[in-house]
Structures are given as C-alpha cells and as structure tokens.
Design a protein around this ligand. Structure first.
Ligand code: FNR
Length: 355
C-alpha cells in the first residue's frame, strides 16, 4: 500500500517509516495486551440498526462538546511526546485538527503555549504530580494560553507494564523532551530496571499515585475551565465525578495501555451513560478506528470520541490533515447510510451486540 484511503490504513504506512521501538511504544498495550485487543473486538461486536426511508438528503456532522461548537464529534486524544513520530510533533497534529478540540498532553514535546496557538480549539490534559505547585502552574499556563477545558487523567497511578517497551529497552531519543515540565525531563536519566522501562521509571518519579476524590474536588474549583475526567469505567465513579463538578467524563481504558484485563471502553459506556448521561457529557476512547466506530459510540450514548493512535500514524506520514478531513467525510456518509440527518439522530439509533 502506498496511500491511505481510510484512517485504519495509516498504521501499516507508519510502520514502514518509524523505528521499530517507536512503533511499538505507540502501538503497544500493557501486559498481555488483552484489553488492547478487546477494545477492537468489542467495538466490532456493536451493531447499529439503521433507519431507512428517513428522507434525509444531507447529514450535518457538527455538534457541541462541552458547550463548544465542533466540526464533528471527535477530539484528538492527549498523547505524549509526538515528536517521536514526526519533527513537527504536536504542532503538526494541532494544525491538522481543524474545527475540533486538540487535547494537549501534559507530556507534550513542544511547550503547551505553542501548541495552543496552533490549534483551533485547545484543551489541556493533566496528570496528577507529586508537586502540587507544578500542577497549579500548569493550570495557570493552560488558562493563559487560551485552553478552553482541563482534562485530568485518572487511570495512571503508575504506568501500565508495557512489555514491548521493556523488551526494546525503550528510551526517548535525544531531543524529545517533556517540554512543559520545569526540568524539561526526558526520562533518559532514568534507567530501565527489571520489568520497568525508562519511561515508566520517569513517570513513577513525578506522578503522584495517591490522587483521590478530594484532590479532584480541589482541581474542579482551581480554575474556571470545565473539568473533564478521563479514564472512568465504573458508573459509581462517574457519579462521583459529576458530584465534584465534572463537566464531562471520558470512558477510557487508555487504549489498553494501563490495567490489562480491564473492560473494553465501549462495553463500559452504556452503564456510565445511564448513570450520568443527563448530567454531563460522556466521551469515549480506546480502539476507535473510523467513522463506523464513531457511529457505534454515538448510538451507545457517547457525545463524541477521542481518537488516539491512528492520528499519530497519520502524523508520521505527514497526512494528518487529510486523514481528519476524510474521517469527517466518511462520518457524513455513515450518518446518511444510517438515516441520520445529524449527530442527535445518531444518538437515537438502536444497537445490538453480536459476538
Ligand atoms: C496515550 N494516551 C495518553 N493519555 C493521556 O491522558 N495523556 C498522555 O500523555 C497520553 N499519552 C499517550 C501516548 C501514546 C503514544 C498513546 C498511544 C496514548 C492515551 C490516549 O489519550 C487515549 O486514551 C488512547 O490512545 C485511546 O486509544 P486509541 O484511540 O489509541 O486506541
């Protein structure tokens, strides 16, 4: 294959241009990669029951996420160290994300201010750090840079054991750094030890595993930005997130990179939507690979999806802008095929689960 015709095509194209250990760092999951695989099999098992004779000649994929108008119900998932796959890194992907939110990872390899300036809609993602002062300064910088939402990722008390990285003795290449952290840390100073990669060792030194509901409540009140809690799978946790003031949650297992054996996101989604769908927006990620998956998520109650690895693959081959335009076009076709004039109609579609 020389050219992608759909989002899923980029993975094999990227494999041809990326160093094997970088490809593995992006593609890999934790442990036996059971959850990584299950995300896909579970999405494939969701069948949508289309409406016919709907009299729909045009479909409008635009919607609102956190009250902000977006071109279609997709946001770029926060992903660390994007210069690993292309020198433009986050700046390239943020520019490609025309009309949709680009979520800046706290571990971005360009400073958050430069990325926010390149993006149409920038949201900022935080991990919970041992030093609360650093968390505060990052929030203040995100606000000053014009970010319009804060996303806190709650499924990384420690980094999942990514065995591909351990086997590859993966370290960040020279020049790829966590540009937002004062130390500009690369993790290179951290040695792989036993079954822990150098990147995981760095995470362990700066992340605070003791994040709890009190901290989240503090975070919700710390800025005027809407707070999105990423990494929710349990309906009771979703209720608590709403109770502390979350404006949104992302039903996510981190793309199968954290607890291996955890439930597929799409299977956790309906119960979370039942619990909090009337109070707050529910987004989904993990395994989304095209417009059909977006329709599956919408029909299962999500307000939209975050998209991860496929966009890094597209960035690697310098085609992220085209990839996203094509995805929007594909979504329009899929909406028409399902008899839906818009995203709200997709939310009313029935689904069934088939193995
Ligand atoms: C991630 N993810 C992630 N999540 C987060 O909250 N902060 C981060 O810095 C990162 N970094 C990161 C790096 C890479 C290389 C990957 C692949 C993923 C998880 C990400 O936001 C999202 O949850 C998953 O990628 C979604 O799954 P798919 O779409 O990749 O299957």
């Amino acid at each position: 294959m020389t050219e992608a015709v759909c989002l899923a095509d980029y993975e094999s194209l990227a494999a041809e241009v990326l160093p094997a250990e970088v490809f593995d760092f992006v593609a890999g999951g934790s442990g036996a990669e059971t959850t990584l695989r299950r995300n896909r099999t579970a999405l494939d098992a969701v069948s949508v029951i289309p409406k016919v004779l709907a009299g729909v000649a045009e479909a409008d994929p635009s919607t609102t996420l956190l009250g902000q108008s977006v071109a279609f119900p997709v946001a770029v998932a926060p992903m660390a160290y994007q210069q690993l796959v292309h020198p433009d890194g986050e700046l390239g992907l943020a520019k490609a994300a025309s009309g949709i939110p680009y979520v800046i990872s706290m571990l971005s390899s360009h400073p958050l201010e430069e990325i926010a300036a390149a993006a149409d809609i920038a949201w900022f993602q935080l991990y919970w750090l041992r030093d609360r002062g650093v968390v505060e300064s990052l929030i203040d910088r995100a606000v000053a840079a014009g970010c319009s939402a804060l996303m806190v990722t709650v499924d990384v008390p420690v980094m999942g054991r990514r065995l591909r990285d351990v086997r590859n003795s993966f370290v960040l290449p020279t020049g790829v750094i966590a540009a937002n952290l004062v130390e500009g840390s690369t993790g290179r100073a951290h040695q792989a030890a036993g079954a822990v990669s150098a990147v995981a060792a760095h995470t362990a030194s700066v992340f605070n595993p003791a994040l709890g509901w009190d901290d989240l409540e503090w975070l919700a009140g710390r800025s005027s930005l809407p707070l999105v809690v990423k990494g929710i799978l349990d309906p009771e946790d979703a209720r608590r997130a709403v109770a502390i003031g979350a404006a949104g949650v992302v039903v996510s297992n981190h793309g199968g990179r954290q607890l291996d054996g955890s439930v597929a996101s799409i299977n956790a989604l309906p119960a979370v939507v039942d619990a909090i769908g009337n109070d707050c927006q529910v987004l989904l990620d993990s395994g989304v690979r095209g417009a059909t998956d977006i329709l599956r998520a919408l029909a299962s109650g999500a307000a939209g999806v975050l998209l991860g690895r496929p966009l890094l693959w597209a960035l690697a081959v310098d085609d992220a802008g085209t990839a996203l335009v094509r995805l929007r076009d594909d979504l329009i076709d899929v909406l028409l095929l399902a008899g839906c004039a818009d995203v709200a109609a997709a939310a009313r579609l029935a689904t069934s689960r088939e193995s």
